[in-house]
Each structure stands twice: as structure tokens, then as C-alpha cells.
Design a protein around this ligand. Structure first.
Ligand SMILES: Cc1cc2nc3c(=O)[nH]c(=O)nc-3n(C[C@H](O)[C@H](O)[C@H](O)COP(=O)(O)OP(=O)(O)OC[C@H]3O[C@@H](n4cnc5c(N)ncnc54)[C@H](O)[C@@H]3O)c2cc1C
Length: 379
């Protein structure tokens, strides 16, 4: 592609592939660059499953966005012919006054979402694999489920290509500069010019905007797949919903049914700080034993043979809400960091939002929660 492009998208993971596909589908001349060849296992979007849920404990303002995301994933599933999503229902388990249960109920009530509140005894009867302690409360939501992240990204990239986008893999953006009202992006292979730029570089994002001094921390998050030790039928996707469990105040365990590769379990947050270019990819025996101990308390039948581990990256803001905004000095540059460990489910809807922002349009969602300004207040 020569001459000036409409938009360059840097980073083609969950968010960038969605933005690239949407821009291309709107008839824009677009180029996507990635440092690897997505979908790949070095960023934030691998590990074969992601939770999608609607009664959003983090803030009710996410609900309209996730509802749009559900629609757009379904559209992409139809268009691509790929299986992208599996509905299993979801359980939010914890103390009634805890952030998880209270937050999920707040969102469910604010948006009149279908949900049920179960006592510990009711939850144990319905889901015998779960040792829900007396006094805990369970919020059950029917629309929650699993997204298959590698397939989602592949489908978004296929959609982008089908609509004429150019993709350059294994070509990291080294730097960008404003050029009048447009931008220039430099890589080892060339210089590209465009009217606008979308930065979706995940764990590497802060390096592309050093002038903003963003307080983003990258953490190493370990994932574990266990073979059920007993009653494997209790972990089948028809019987075992995705869950998040506040097993200690402010601490969250989450997991998935056995999709044929074991029961996948992880801790939300608590990962060690890391540099995305020097991640410790092996999972130590001590980490495995710590996970076994937590699981033995909550889901004892799940703690069989360890089948697999993986390491993935969170890019965290201090308040754990996303960054989706225009560059404060260069409005032709869109900055997106929808992570803090919960962004994947939104990618299909954020693709539209990022495309709107890159073309001077007004997104239909309230993005106040995601403004850069809150992170740049005098520190
Ligand atoms: C273990 C784990 C579990 C999670 N669970 C959930 C969940 O259940 N539900 C949920 O909704 N979310 C979940 N998340 C969060 C979700 O996966 C992330 O929010 C999402 O993947 C972030 O997408 P991204 O596009 O920002 O980053 P990525 O998908 O990592 O994409 C960034 C891309 O930028 C590329 N890149 C970097 N630097 C450059 C450069 N200079 N030039 C060109 N390309 C570059 C990278 O190669 C990469 O492909 C989880 C995350 C992890 C790690």
C-alpha cells in the first residue's frame, strides 16, 4: 500500500484486530502492524478461553458496552462460520457485602438483567462440585459464558483482510510522530503515513507514548488446567458454569468448565510485575501448590493431575478501568488499553468505538470511565 492511508492500527491482538476489521469494513484504507503474528502466545489474549458476563461487578456503566459486544460476537460468529462463544451461565460467589456479589447485584438491578440469588445450600445442591461455604451468596446469570480468544482474533483478522486491510506481522512499530494533522509510523522496514493512528499495543503500549508517562503496570498471570480428580461429569460445560469466587476478601479465583482440556483455573490479579520482553514463562512448583491448596478448599473434585500451565500478561491501570481515549496533544491518535484483566469480552464492541474515534465520529457509549485524564492528574 503506498500513499497516505486513512488509519494505521498498531497491535493486532484482541482490540487492534477488532478495530482494523471495523475500519476496513467501513471502507477505510487501513494498515495493521504487529510485533508478532497474531493470534500468538506472548501478549494478553491466549489460553483458549475468556469469560464473558453481563452483571458487571466492576461498574454498571460497562453493561451497555458488553451488551453490544454480545451482539457483535454473534455477528462475527455468523459471518466467519467459526465457533467463538459458548454460553454456560455464570456464578459470582462470595460474601454478600463483598465487591463481587454486591457489584454484580448492583449491575443486574440497575439494568434489569435476568439473574438469581442463591444461598450456599442452594448453590451446593445445584453445583455439587462447588464447596460454597455457609453464609456465602451466589449470583447466577444466564447469559455468561466462554469466548475462544484465538478464534475471535483470527476471525477479526480474516474480516479485516476480506475488506481489504493490509496486515504486516512481525513488524513492530518503533515510533510514531504527528505530521501536520496526520501521523508517520516508523518500523524497521519502512515509514508509513496516515490520517489517524490507533495504538492497541497491549503490554507494550506505554512505550509507544512515553510522553504521557502512563501509570500502567504489566503483571505476569499464571493459568492452570487440572484434570478432575473425581466426578468428571460435574465439570461438563452443560453443568458447570464459568465462575468468579471471592474466596477471601478482595481476592478472586475464577474458572471454566472442562472444555476437553481440563478445568482451567486462575487468580485474578496478584501477578508479579514483569517486563513484556522478559517474562518468566515457566510456572514454579510453589505456584502450582498454592493453586492446589485454594482449589482444594473451593472445588476439591477439580484437583487432579495438572495438565498444563501458561503465563499471560495483564496491563493494569491503578483503578482497573480501561483506557480508551484520544491522545491529549494529538487528537488523530487513539489510545486503547482495555485490559486490567477484564477487557477481552468487550473487543467486538470496542472495535466499533475505536473506529469511531479514529474517524472523528462520536461513539454511542459513555467513555467517561476510560478517560486518560484521570490517570494524568497531578501525581
Ligand atoms: C490470564 C488472563 C485472563 C484473562 N481473562 C479474561 C476474561 O476472562 N475475560 C475478559 O474479558 N478478559 C480477560 N482478560 C483480559 C483480556 O484478555 C485483555 O483485556 C485483552 O486480551 C487485551 O487485548 P489487547 O488487544 O489490549 O492486547 P493483546 O491482545 O495482547 O494485543 C496487543 C498486541 O500488540 C502487539 N504489539 C505490541 N507492541 C507492538 C508494536 N510496537 N508494534 C506492533 N505491534 C505491537 C502485540 O504483539 C499484541 O499482538 C484476561 C487476560 C489474561 C492475561
Amino acid at each position: 500500500m503506498s500513499g497516505t492511508l486513512d488509519t494505521i492500527v498498531v497491535g493486532l491482538g484482541a482490540m487492534g484486530s477488532a478495530a482494523l476489521a471495523e475500519l476496513a469494513a467501513r471502507g477505510r484504507r487501513v494498515l495493521g502492524l504487529d510485533r508478532f503474528a497474531p493470534p500468538h502466545g506472548f501478549g494478553s489474549s491466549h489460553g483458549r478461553s475468556r469469560i464473558i458476563r453481563e452483571a458487571y461487578f466492576e461498574d454498571p456503566r460497562y453493561v451497555p458496552l458488553v451488551q453490544r459486544a454480545y451482539q457483535r460476537w454473534a455477528d462475527l460468529e455468523r459471518e466467519s462460520g467459526r465457533s467463538l462463544m459458548l454460553r454456560t451461565g455464570g456464578l459470582m460467589i462470595g460474601p454478600s457485602e463483598g465487591a463481587l456479589v454486591a457489584g454484580a447485584l448492583r449491575s443486574a438491578e440497575a439494568h434489569a438483567l435476568p439473574h438469581q440469588r442463591l444461598s450456599a445450600a442452594e448453590a451446593r445442591a445445584a453445583y455439587p462440585a462447588l464447596s460454597v461455604p455457609e453464609g456465602a451468596v451466589v449470583v447466577r446469570e444466564p447469559r455468561a459464558g466462554v469466548l475462544f480468544p484465538e478464534a475471535c482474533i483470527a476471525a477479526q483478522l480474516e474480516r479485516a483482510r476480506r475488506h481489504g486491510a493490509e496486515l504486516h506481522c512481525d513488524e513492530p512499530a518503533i515510533a510514531w510522530a504527528a505530521e501536520g494533522e496526520g501521523v508517520e509510523v516508523r518500523t524497521a522496514r519502512g515509514r508509513y503515513h496516515a490520517t489517524s493512528l490507533v495504538l492497541c499495543a497491549g503490554a507494550w503500549l506505554a512505550r509507544l507514548v512515553p510522553e504521557l508517562d502512563l501509570p500502567l503496570s504489566v503483571t505476569r498471570q499464571a493459568l492452570f488446567w487440572f484434570e478432575p480428580a473425581a466426578h468428571p461429569e460435574r465439570f461438563a460445560p452443560e453443568r458447570f458454569p464459568i465462575f468468579i469466587w471471592e474466596d477471601e476478601p478482595g481476592r478472586f479465583l475464577y474458572g471454566f468448565p472442562d472444555l476437553g482440556d481440563g478445568v482451567k483455573i486462575a487468580r485474578h490479579h496478584e501477578g508479579e510485575a514483569t517486563d513484556p520482553d522478559r517474562v518468566r514463562r515457566d510456572v514454579a512448583t510453589g505456584e502450582i501448590e498454592t493453586m492446589r491448596a485454594a482449589l482444594s478448599r473451593c472445588i476439591p473434585d477439580a484437583v487432579g493431575k495438572l495438565r498444563e500451565t501458561a503465563v499471560c500478561l495483564y496491563t493494569n491501570t491503578p483503578d482497573q478501568h480501561f483506557v480508551v481515549d484520544l491522545h491529549p496533544e494529538h487528537p488523530q491518535v487513539v489510545i486503547a488499553s482495555p485490559c486490567s484483566g477484564h477487557g477481552f469480552k468487550f473487543a467486538s464492541a470496542l472495535g466499533e468505538v475505536l473506529a469511531d474515534l479514529a474517524t472523528g465520529g462520536a461513539p454511542e457509549f459513555d467513555l467517561q470511565l476510560f478517560r486518560l485524564e484521570r490517570l494524568r492528574a497531578p501525581r
